[in-house]
Design a protein around this ligand. Structure first.
Ligand code: CP
Length: 308
């Protein structure tokens, strides 16, 4: 991929070579930050973070990434105080912010919103989560974390636990993993929240071994990565949510049954699906590597998109 001035809409855009390029630059930025260096690679560039849905990490890490590269930001978190509240369309809003900035990170409740925005924007759009669709930058930071912690991506067994129907992070991550060799994916989900069929078809076509199970116990001792997700309360009715919210909970006793070098991941926010006593487990990387990596991966992407 030629990253320069390219919108990042889906993980489908990425080859393994592209991923390697992003990871190499992320390594470089991670080392520079660890060494306390002040960077100015994107001095004079402006990012709009345009978030129609709640966010902590994706919003703040895009902003931190731009600022740590010497750039500036227009932060729009929630659209109550923008002209969206007066009825302005996504297309017109994007046109406005494209006039003031060099790149727009967009989070929106509607699947496909980033693709539509990219049609109307004169600057690149970064999909920061589009409804139940995709979350490509999250998948890149997740994959980068797996590579950094386990030293490889090939030949891994990964369990994805929780709401696989509405969870956009697992949609994007499973597709990225499918680019690698000998991947086994265990889907641990309620019957009402399965991985969407088109994604399963794609994964199968690419040679991924897939097994769906109904209990964490069945896979806890054999996986290299346990990727927990929350049940997406905001995308289902209350009755359904209450019937499935307690189905898959990781506690310290369960976590201790994992392989010594396995890792526990979560895109966050965590609600009840990981108990607090797991946080100190050395396998847990969701508050450490995963979050820090979110910023360096976004630094790498911004640099590739904005500089030739
Ligand atoms: N992982 C993630 O998308 O978190 P936020 O909703 O806090 O951005």
């Amino acid at each position: 991929m030629n990253f320069f001035h390219t919108s990042i809409i889906s993980v489908d855009q990425f080859s393994k070579t592209d991923i390697r390029k992003v990871f190499e630059l992320a390594d470089y930025y991670r080392k520079n930050l660890d060494d306390g260096k002040v960077l100015t690679d994107l001095k004079g560039k402006v990012l709009t973070a345009l978030f129609y849905e709640p966010s902590s990490r994706t919003f703040a890490s895009h902003i931190a990434a731009m600022q740590r590269l010497g750039g500036s930001i227009i932060p729009i978190q929630g659209v109550t105080f923008s002209s969206v509240a007066k009825g302005e369309t996504l297309e017109d809003t994007v046109r406005a912010f494209a006039s003031y900035s060099d790149v727009i990170a967009l989070r929106h409740p509607q699947e496909g919103a980033s693709r539509i925005a990219a049609e109307y924007s004169t600057v690149p759009i970064i999909n920061a989560g589009d409804g139940t669709g995709e979350h490509p930058t999250q998948a890149l930071l997740d994959l980068y974390t797996i590579q950094s912690k386990l030293g490889r991506i090939d030949s891994l067994s990964v369990a994805m636990v929780g709401d696989l129907k509405y969870g956009r992070t697992v949609h994007s991550l499973s597709k990225l993993l499918s680019l690698y060799k000998k991947i086994t994916l265990y889907f641990v989900c309620p019957k009402t929240s399965p991985m969407p069929k088109p994604i399963i078809s794609l994964l199968t076509k690419r040679g991924v071994q897939i097994k769906t199970v109904r209990s964490i116990n069945e896979i806890i001792s054999i996986v290299d990565v346990l990727y927990m997700t929350r049940i997406q309360k905001e995308r289902m009715d209350e009755k359904l949510y209450n019937s499935i919210k307690n189905m898959f909970i990781l506690n310290a006793d369960l976590a201790n049954k994992m392989k010594k070098n396995a890792i526990i991941m979560h895109p966050l926010p965590r609600i009840i699906e990981i108990t607090k006593d797991v946080d100190e487990n050395p396998r847990a990387v969701y508050f450490t590597d995963q979050m820090r990596n979110g910023m360096v991966i976004r630094m790498a992407l911004l640099k590739l998109i904005l500089n030739k």
